[in-house]
Design a protein around this ligand. Structure first.
Ligand code: T3D
Length: 260
């Protein structure tokens, strides 16, 4: 079991909760270590068909724990922090072969914002705020923010968010296409669980490949992407769930997908 996170796996859904509510679920080295372990566990568990990431208490995450090292003791080489902790975390969320949902239950600041956005679908409570807090402390947005934000909201809005570091309210984030859906705060847990359960009942192989194709499209031209679709379709077509989907269609019944 873990100290700084919680992990529960049931009915095809892995629920991973950042659990340092007193410090707004900010990231420490210990939390990064536990997240690495948990994500490895989730990846190896063949029953898992969706990951749901959320935060305990009133925040999703306030990013790096700025108190972890005292003033003047901050590691001078933040490249190491990114190489060892944040970048592998973003990559492992991206590389999971099934959908990852973020339920943003409150403020998501700094790396906390960009890790939420690195998930495949982002659901937010109405009082959630997204803050590219980096500029306020003389840092550059990290955890993929400078790559993802221009793609999600366009260069001008990305620029404003990153340079000014002001909070973006959930409704505005939705209007700008940063996130999938906003729900009332007290409905977030149920809505997020329902979405995760729904995703976990879909054909997981196809969803995992779809996620990969959409994420990789950002760096491909059309020819490259057409070839990728061909290669992934070949894999999807060999899945049991494809056969089940077609059989269910022909028999006019609901499919029973197994995630294989
Ligand atoms: O190592 C590296 O730096 C590399 C990686 C960098 C990636 C990053 O994420 S850099 C960005 C780091 N994050 C921030 O700069 C955000 C700092 N926090 C805030 O701006 C505000 O706390 C929030 C806007 C997130 C929330 O504001 P509010 O008013 O709702 O809450 P609060 O009162 O500020 O915070 C509540 C408590 O959480 C408070 O502790 P206390 O006084 O009750 O004991 C506060 O100090 C603590 N807290 C909040 N954020 C952090 C934190 N403690 C440590 N680190 C934090 N990031």
């Amino acid at each position: 079991s873990y100290d700084t996170i919680r992990l529960e796996i049931a009915d095809g859904v892995a629920r991973l909760t950042l659990n340092r509510p007193d410090k707004l679920n900010s990231f420490t080295i210990q939390m990064h270590g536990e997240l690495r372990q948990a994500l490895k566990q989730v990846r190896q568990d063949e029953s898992v068909r969706c990951l749901l990431l959320s935060g305990a208490g009133r925040a999703f995450s306030a990013g790096q724990d700025l108190g972890e090292t005292g003033p003047g003791e901050r590691p001078l080489d933040l490249a190491q922090t990114l190489d060892h902790h944040y970048n592998p975390l973003v990559r492992s969320l991206r590389d999971l072969p099934f959908p990852v949902v973020a339920a943003v239950n409150g403020v998501a600041a700094g790396a906390g914002a960009n890790i939420a956005l690195a998930c495949d679908l982002v659901l937010a409570g109405r009082s959630a705020r997204f803050i590219q807090a980096f500029s306020k402390i003389g840092l550059v947005p990290d955890s993929g923010g400078t790559w993802l934000l221009p793609r999600l909201v366009g260069l001008q809005r990305a620029m404003g968010l990153c340079l000014l570091g002001e909070p973006l309210e959930a409704e505005q984030a939705l209007a700008w296409g940063l996130i999938w859906k906003v729900v009332d705060d007290d409905a977030l847990a149920d809505e997020a669980s329902a979405l995760a359960a729904r995703l976990a009942a879909l054909p997981t192989v196809a969803l995992g490949l779809t996620k990969r194709a959409l994420h990789d499209s950002a760096t491909h031209n059309l020819d490259h992407q057409l070839n990728m679709e061909r290669d992934l379709q070949k894999i999807a077509a060999r899945s049991e769930d494809h056969a089940e989907g077609v059989a269910a269609f022909k028999e006019k019944r609901q499919p029973d997908f197994k995630g294989r």
